[in-house]
Design a protein around this ligand. Sequence first.
Ligand code: ASP
Length: 342
Amino acid sequence: MINRRKFIALSALGSAALIDKKMMAAEQTNSIGAKPVVISTWDAGIEANKAAWKILGAGGRALDAVEAGVMVTEASQNCCVGLGANPDRDGFVTLDACIMDEFFNCGSVAFLERIKHPIAVARRVMEKTPHVMLVGEGAQRFAIAEGFPLEGQTLSPNAQKAYDEWLKKSEYKPVINIENKNNRGSSVPSQFESGEFNHDTIGMVAMDAKGNLSGSCTTSGMGFKMRGRVGDSPIIGAGLFVDNEVGACTATGQGEDVIRIVGSHTVIELMRQGLSPEAACKKAVERLVKIKGAKAKEIQVAFLALNKKGVTGAFAIHKGFSYALKTEGVEKLVTAKSLLAG
Ligand code: ASP
């Protein structure tokens, strides 16, 4: 997985695609208006977008792209997505994911254990059951019946170190870290091992060559969370929402607060009223900050959206949130604007 520093270094090596004029223009506007296009949360999105692009660039469907894209992150040794991620406070990795297509079809799994690709299970829930959401043991049983292998329960080496470190204080602090220059990026092992960086998620939304939208979202949620805790990421309307007439949105950060304002759905409804993706994300963030009052300082939430014209935008409570964008000839990280300085 590529972190931001490595990505900047790669840029400095002069990859033509990264420095063309199109990209410079995109840097200034945070949007491109091209299709196909895929965007995803955080630095890990760069690698995930590459996998999504293999499908989108070949004329494939956005739904297939957003599934394949986030599976890359699920399989990586990321602190906060997939089985390599940080466990809950009892030492078990529990995973949440959801997916949504251009026809309002959606599927979701939550509190799923020992399955490597929760996003693929979420898609099966969507396609093979009359339901939207399966959780816990039932979701695992369904996955096994669908042929997904039951993986072991051993923590990844990084997660074990982080958990051992966390156990020293066993401090239950269910607050999402606020990124700053010393503490950001899910691919920074020292922070992973120290347990300092306690969250991350990959949310991805895409538009294919036909102009259809889909989205996916997958996470292990908050590190060292209470057993059974489920965040916004598998909740349709909160962590992800797609309306093929309007746009697609995903969220990351403090899940409880994203749920409180049904964040992604709110952003889509604001876009329906004519706001740009960035302006809609900003309005949703403002709503949350107003509700939270002084406590807004303690949490991070970010929204990332794409409209029907292929324009992208994001907004966060605090600085430090970035998203990865891929379209023809463009591959880059975009730093989101934020409401509060710190
Ligand atoms: N939203 C996720 C959760 O609360 C965490 C994250 O996005 O970092 O589970």
